[in-house]
Write a protein that binds this ligand. Structure first.
Ligand SMILES: Nc1ncnc2c1ncn2[C@@H]1O[C@H](COP(=O)(O)OP(=O)(O)OP(=O)(O)O)[C@@H](O)[C@H]1O
Ligand SMILES: [Mg+2]
Length: 237
């Protein structure tokens, strides 16, 4: 098991308020790592800093040992750290197929792009059957699938997800978790932020608990699910 991403002493501030207070974490290649915590803990801020959308006050982000922490957002995407668009920010006036091909805009390996498109359609059959339809006509859950599919089309090395199950009906939540597992089985590394702590830890090899901008626990997903403090705070006692 080899490390692909290491975050060292990452701090992020909004004005003079430090939202992320010098956190360190490590992702192993091919694993799902969960980052869980209450509202306002700093989870989204952490992902935005990794994506280069927020500037870190200090710290390092090492991808395969190389510091990508100072790169701009588009350069980070090219290195393979890709965040699934939040709020399902898909292009509603384009078709599903057009949205997916936009995901591959940084790539030129046409044959492989075509194979990846088939893979995304196999993961999400509803996207295939409606590929010529406008993305704006998809349900919230389907739009989330499209957002994930679009991120996959960029061939990420590390996929970042910020609460992919938020606001979805229970069946759709199950579907999203099923797909994340299936994506991970192909060897893709995932950093998963979730309020749905139980489900997230169940599919994660390891997890970190963030409280008020600091990491307060780190263990395997299975151990965190048995941790009395985690049960008490996040799993409804
Ligand atoms: N644009 C902003 N300007 C000022 N403060 C912000 C901004 N965005 C977030 N914060 C503050 O930073 C802290 C961390 O917020 P963040 O959104 O990262 O938390 P989170 O863990 O993602 O929470 P949630 O579970 O509600 O999504 C919070 O105290 C929040 O109020
Ligand atoms: Mg958030």
């Amino acid at each position: 098991m080899s490390e692909i991403l290491r975050i060292r002493d990452l701090a992020v501030s909004y004005g003079h308020i430090e939202a992320v207070k010098g956190i360190s974490l490590s992702l192993n290649e091919g694993e799902i790592t969960a980052l869980v915590g209450a509202n306002g803990a700093g989870k989204s801020t952490t992902l935005l800093a990794l994506s280069g959308l927020l500037k870190a006050a200090r710290g390092e982000v090492l991808l395969d040992g190389e510091d990508v922490g100072k790169l701009r957002a588009h350069q980070i995407v090219r290195r393979g750290i890709v965040q699934v668009a939040e709020g399902r920010a898909i292009l509603t006036t384009l078709t599903i197929a057009e949205n997916l091909s936009l995901g591959a805009y940084t790539r030129s390996d046409r044959a492989q792009i075509a194979r990846d498109l088939e893979w995304v359609y196999a993961l999400f059959p509803v996207l295939q059957s409606r590929r010529a339809g406008l993305a704006g006509n998809l349900s919230g859950g389907e739009q989330q699938m499209l957002a994930i599919g679009r991120a996959l089309m960029s061939k990420p090395r590390v996929l970042l997800l910020d609460e992919p199950s938020m606001g979805l009906a229970p069946l759709m939540v199950q579907e999203i978790f099923r797909v994340l597992r299936e994506i991970n089985r192909t060897g893709l590394t995932i950093l998963l932020v979730e309020q749905n702590v139980r489900q997230a830890l169940r599919i994660s090899q390891q997890g970190y608990v963030l409280e008020n901008g600091s990491i307060v626990a780190h263990d395997s997903g299975a151990n965190l699910l048995r941790d009395p403090k985690v049960i008490d705070a996040y799993l409804g006692g």
